[in-house]
Design a protein around this ligand. Structure first.
Ligand code: SF4
Length: 390
């Protein structure tokens, strides 16, 4: 699982019923252990008796020790792009009472200060009423609810005052926020320095108003589109509210308002009834998009969803092979993007100290990862911004 995947997990669960921190390196191993701190105990440094370790396995790779077999404190989900849904379902099943306030933030700053996180996730929305046929969010989380913009601003200001140089606006589907474009403008007009990065966008939500909002300099040039397919027929069966033309319009629009932004896309391969021609349309769309990354996952049915009963199923081997073709395209797209930015100066956020504090990992505004010698950052702390030559 890559870093965006790890972040998907974090943004999906952070702000829910528990403070969570990923322990270990799930992005490298495809497995991750989540240390949960019960909300009553507040933060990750809480006494041991108040924390529970739960293991989350992602992907099709066989489990390896020391991960226990699935059970009460273990969840295993398929290599699908609905990580958030699966995780939220799992936590819901473990502790329903914790959903009372999906926007828990009371100890937000203390949590961030106590954790190694450098780019705090600010949850602005929860649930989703779109009812896509493959997604369990509507079943598990109910319709969309949003945090009032004044509360979002208050939280963002507190993060800015604490010295963070950027915050990531997250939610189950932030495009369901009543006026996302208006929120972005409002937040930027009422803060001084902090930058905003957006989590996944629905292609049909990328309209002129949103483009105008994200064109503002303090919005990071990094966008993640929930594309899912390039075939109009498959998109219709998925219950998506757009066609391939809207996807093309979205990435063209984002490129028009930002200087060569990092564009990533989610794709599901092997959705029931997906023909080779449907997949070819998806592949062609991804080529045209020249994504800097593609999250391609074979379809994995979610119990209780309409898609779980759809026919005909695509053989798993074929779905995996199609995802693999997209992963190769993603790697080529990423290499080309890296090359285009080589030698250019960009703002970056310090993520963490590594190698006995001798080196520092940073992420640029356009989502390129670099490791720098410590002396290059003048002892600034994680969360601070610096200029680097990419
Ligand atoms: S837009 Fe569709 S896939 Fe995304 S959360 Fe809503 S129902 Fe699920």
């Amino acid at each position: 699982m890559n870093q965006i995947g790890a972040e998907t997990i974090l943004h999906a669960v952070h702000g829910g019923q528990a403070l969570l921190g990923l322990v270990g390196a799930p992005q490298a191993s495809m497995d991750g252990r989540i240390t949960e701190t019960h909300p009553r105990s507040g933060c990750a440094s809480a006494p041991r008796s108040e924390t529970r370790n739960r293991t989350l396995r992602i992907g099709d790779a066989p489990a390896t020790p020391p991960f226990p077999t699935p059970g009460e404190n273990v969840a295993q989900i398929g290599a699908e792009n609905l990580l958030h849904a699966a995780i939220l379902d799992w936590f819901t099943s473990l502790d329903q009472t914790a959903r009372a306030d999906p926007f828990v933030f009371e100890q937000g700053l203390a949590e961030y200060a106590a954790s190694p996180r450098s780019r705090p996730f600010l949850k602005i929305q929860d649930g989703c009423g779109n009812a896509c046929t493959y997604c369990a969010v509507t079943i598990a989380r109910g319709p969309s609810v949003s945090l009032d913009k004044t509360a979002v601003l208050e939280r963002l200001r507190s993060l800015e005052d604490a010295g963070f140089s950027e915050a990531v606006l997250t939610g189950v589907n932030i495009c369901r926020y009543p006026d996302l474009a208006g929120l972005i403008v409002y937040l930027l007009e009422n803060t001084d320095r902090i930058r905003l990065r957006l989590s996944s966008l629905e292609p049909d939500a990328v309209d002129d108003r949103l483009l105008q909002a994200v064109s503002l300099p303090r919005v990071r040039p990094h966008f993640h589109l929930s594309v899912q397919s390039g075939s109009d027929a498959v998109l219709a069966r998925m219950g998506r509210r757009y066609g391939a033309v809207a996807v093309e319009r979205a990435f063209a629009g984002l490129r028009a308002v930002k200087d060569d932004p990092f564009l990533a896309g989610d794709i599901i391969t092997g959705f029931p009834g997906e023909t080779e021609a449907d997949f070819a349309a998806t592949y062609t769309l991804c080529e045209k998009a020249a994504f800097a990354w593609i999250h391609a996952f074979p379809f994995s049915p979610r119990p209780g969803t309409a898609a779980a009963k759809m026919r005909p199923p695509v053989p798993q081997r074929e779905a995996v092979a199609r995802a693999e073709r997209l992963r190769l395209l993603a790697q080529a797209g990423h290499a080309a993007y890296e090359k285009r930015w080589e030698g250019r100066t960009r703002e970056a956020v310090i993520e963490r100290y590594e190698s006995g504090d001798e080196t520092v990992s940073v992420v640029t505004e356009n989502y390129l990862k670099r490791t720098l010698p410590r002396e290059q950052i003048c002892d600034k702390r994680p969360g601070a911004a610096i200029q680097i030559v990419v």
